[in-house]
Design a protein around this ligand. Structure first.
Ligand code: ZN
Length: 134
């Protein structure tokens, strides 16, 4: 398993596709699956469009519409960052991507993103590559 470190911005989608591709290449696995996992409760991993940065901007706006960017008065979590925990649970802590012929089967417009909802922070993510059959 490969681990990577990342310095994040306040509320941002960081493109980690290059690191994930590197981990797959270094594994030598030609057919299998790749799991990208984030061990944090106010961050997440997602796959989305990597061509138009306005997609990330719009996703950010929609998440703020849904959960706000600060806590509602009725929230009880002592840290005051429940809005970030909610976004993390909605998006999810991991993505699984098939590997064929040594490459991730990402679509032309897909990138892998580390989603920060409570930064800036020093974060980690893991890439586990598992060999399978073709
Ligand atoms: Zn918290």
């Amino acid at each position: 398993m490969r681990s990577f470190e990342l310095k994040t911005s306040a509320f941002a989608f960081h493109d980690i596709s290059a690191q994930v591709k590197l981990a797959v290449r270094e594994s030598g696995v030609k057919e299998g699956i790749c799991v990208v996992y984030c061990p944090h409760t106010t961050a997440a991993i997602t796959i989305n469009e990597n061509a138009d940065p306005d997609v990330q901007r719009d996703l950010k706006l929609a998440l703020i519409d849904a959960f706000g960017d600060s806590d509602r008065p009725e929230f009880r979590h002592f840290e005051g960052n429940s809005h970030a925990h909610l976004k993390s649970s909605l998006i999810g802590a991991s993505e699984t991507i098939p590997i064929a012929n040594g490459s991730l089967m990402l679509g032309t417009w897909q990138g892998v993103y580390f989603c920060e909802f409570d930064g800036p922070r020093n974060r980690k993510f893991y890439v586990q590559v598992l060999e399978g059959r073709d």
